[in-house]
Design a protein around this ligand. Sequence first.
Ligand SMILES: *[C@@H]1O[C@H](CO)[C@@H](O)[C@H](O)[C@H]1NC(C)=O
Ligand SMILES: *[C@@H]1O[C@H](CO)[C@@H](O)[C@H](O)[C@H]1NC(C)=O
Length: 270
Amino acid sequence: LLLLQVWVSCLWLGHSELVPSFPCSYCPFFFWNTPPNNALEPENPAWICQRYKNRYHFATLYDRDLRIPVYSAYVYQPRPGSRPTVPWMLEPQLINQTYSKDMETEEDLMEKYKVSKEQIKQSQAVDEDYSNLTDLDRGHLNPSGHQNNPNSRIATFTLTNIVPQNRELNQGTWRNYEEQIMAQYNQFCKLTFVIVGAVPGNTYTAGGRVNVPSHIWSAACCRTTTHMKTWAAIARNDENLVQILTVGELEARLGPLYKRGPVLLFHKNC
Ligand SMILES: *[C@@H]1O[C@H](CO)[C@@H](O)[C@H](O)[C@H]1NC(C)=O
Ligand SMILES: *[C@@H]1O[C@H](CO)[C@@H](O)[C@H](O)[C@H]1NC(C)=O
């Protein structure tokens, strides 16, 4: 019955990219179709089922006020290889819910809908917001290397999946976590659901437009042939140091950081 309700609630507004909330039947990127509890939910959220070339690739909870994602959720399907070189994309439906369900470049949006750069900037962070940063990178929450098909890799290059991330961290220990440590923990896993998030910080870039997170975190829930297995990581966004911990320990750390009560990241069966 619950699943049926979820299904119906998603169909309600049509198969739009901005969905009424998670979970959502055509956005199957959470273990047991269960998103984190609402202790992570910001005041002005947008639930995005990230769509590119007519297909859904991952889910993002976006904070419209801070102009950064709260988290991105995806199925871990790593594939080594070069990262795609593509222009950064934006979420059209943050501007107007009647716009394209597929992510698009700023240029295409301006051309297609005759919207100004200023109108686009009101709704979300744009490439320019990240252009003059010296010690901060465009940090992926869902990294392209954790996706195995070309379009899913490209789909991670949307700014609603990006936060200003300490450059040393992004290119240092966080990258090592993404590429090496994840792969080690994932041995024997058949199916792994991942949620990567950012804790809002006290500073902003781009003249106050885009929040700089205080922490970046990641949590994984995997099914092996015999049991469930979980692990997690967290890093302060001002130093190049990743701490590995259990999902329970991560949840206990996140509660006081988000200040909206106890955090639950996965369905209890995980
Ligand atoms: C969204 O776009 C539609 C169609 O172009 C337009 O009629 C409507 O006024 C727009 N809504 C907002 C909030 O701008
Ligand atoms: C970035 O720096 C260039 C050169 O200093 C400047 O012209 C431009 O306005 C800056 N852009 C932003 C978004 O601050």
